[in-house]
Structures are given as structure tokens and as C-alpha cells.
Design a protein around this ligand. Structure first.
Ligand code: SAM
Length: 212
């Protein structure tokens, strides 16, 4: 997803340091201090315009959430949502998901979410998929032993690829949904993409996997 450049986005992020951490490398190993409590920390990589992360934060005030996106303008839309709801348990970072070990210490993060990640359907771009093995190595380092990764998508090709990638990495697939919205799963928080694709009648795939 490429979003058109938003005028003033950079200034907006800089004006809200209580929510947007512009120098995240300074807080490696100190994220509990940043939130001011010892609550678990869950991150979403590729959080887009923030509907999921803010919905989760409002529903679970006992959890701290960090939304991560590489695009400045996209992150500024997520900031709109955080500001609207004044959520103390959310921080936003504009960083690349491939560099998470620069910002987080080993085992500092309690759970990781990927939602509707870019599918990169061409084989030659497989390394860019957020479920490619080099990304899994990064996630494993910042998660605890048996740490969980929750992933949902409308893209069947990416879903099949990701299940295989998790398995080949030795991860355990705890639960798999082939049609999340037609299941008994409770507490689903929709993302922007989820709303768009499910309105078109596409099934939503979901998996909860954990590192072994
Ligand atoms: C297709 S959008 C999905 C957004 C949102 N999760 C949703 O479901 O509505 C994918 C998002 O991932 C971000 N992204 C892609 N590669 C990334 C990376 N390596 N690190 C961080 N964010 C990334 C993009 O900028 C984009 O906002």
C-alpha cells in the first residue's frame, strides 16, 4: 500500500512525542519505562492507518501497544486516531520491520501482530514478505520463548506461503481460521484492509503461531 504524501505529516509526528517516538533506538530495553508500567507489550508491524492498534488499545487498557509502519503519511493517519481517543497505552514508530532488533531488546516484546501485510506475489520479492524467514528470525529475538505471532490476511497466496514459512522455521501453528468472519472467534478488531476486503465478500484467513 502506497499512500499519497500528506502535507504536514512530519511536523504532526514531531509535535506529539507522547505518542510518536522519533528516536526509538534510545529506548531499546526501556520500553516499560516509556509506558510507565510493567504491562505486556504487543506490537503490530505494518500497522497502516491504525484502526487495529487503536481498537485493541481501547479494548485492552491492561496491554501496551506499539504500532510500527515504514510510511510517514500512513503513521500520521494512525496518530489522528490515537489523538481522537487519547490512548495512553499506544506508541507509534516510523521504522522498518526488518530492523526491530535495533529498537527492542531480546524478549522485550510479548506478542507480535501482522495484519494484511503486503503480499509481494512475485517469487523474486519473497524476501520482502513480512513472514519471510529473515523477518521471523528478527521477531523471535525480541519475543520471549514460545512467543506468539498472530497474522491475518485476505490474500490466500500469502497465507499459504506464511503457513509454510512458519512451519519450516519450526514454529507451532496453534490455531488456523480459513474464514474468520464466519467462525466463533470472539473479540476480532477489524483493520482498514479487513473492512474493505470483507465487504467484497472475501474470506479472512487468520493464524496464531508461536515460536518453539
Ligand atoms: C497493505 S497495508 C495494511 C495496513 C493495515 N495493517 C491494515 O490491515 O489495514 C501494509 C502496511 O505495511 C507497511 N509496511 C510494509 N512493509 C513494512 C516494513 N518492512 N516495515 C514496516 N511497515 C511496513 C506499509 O507501509 C503499509 O502501511
Amino acid at each position: 500500500m502506497r499512500v499519497r504524501k500528506r502535507k504536514g505529516a512530519e511536523a504532526m509526528l514531531a509535535e506529539n512525542p507522547q505518542y510518536v517516538i522519533l528516536d526509538p533506538e534510545s529506548y531499546k530495553g526501556k520500553w516499560r519505562e516509556v509506558f510507565g508500567n510493567d504491562n505486556p507489550i504487543h506490537i503490530e508491524v505494518g500497522s497502516g492507518k491504525g484502526r487495529f492498534i487503536t481498537g485493541m488499545a481501547a479494548a485492552h487498557p491492561e496491554i501496551n501497544y506499539i504500532g510500527i509502519d515504514i510510511q510517514l503519511s500512513v503513521l500520521s493517519y494512525a496518530l489522528d486516531r490515537v489523538l481522537e481517543q487519547d490512548l495512553p497505552n499506544v506508541k507509534l514508530l516510523r521504522v522498518d520491520g526488518s530492523s526491530l532488533t535495533t529498537y527492542f531488546a531480546d524478549q522485550e516484546i510479548d506478542r507480535l501482530y501482522l495484519n494484511f501485510s503486503d503480499p509481494w506475489p512475485k517469487k523474486k520479492h519473497a524476501k520482502r514478505r513480512l513472514t519471510y524467514k529473515s523477518f521471523l528470525e528478527t521477531y523471535q529475538q525480541i519475543l520471549p520463548e514460545k512467543g506468539e505471532l498472530h497474522f491475518k490476511t485476505d490474500n490466500r497466496g500469502l497465507f499459504e506461503y506464511s503457513l509454510a514459512s512458519f512451519s519450516q522455521y519450526g514454529m507451532v501453528l496453534e490455531q488456523v481460521w480459513l474464514d474468520l468472519h464466519d467462525s466463533d472467534y470472539e473479540g476480532n478488531i477489524m483493520t482498514e484492509y479487513e473492512e474493505k476486503f470483507s465487504q467484497k465478500g472475501q474470506p479472512i484467513y487468520r493464524v496464531e503461531a508461536r515460536f518453539a
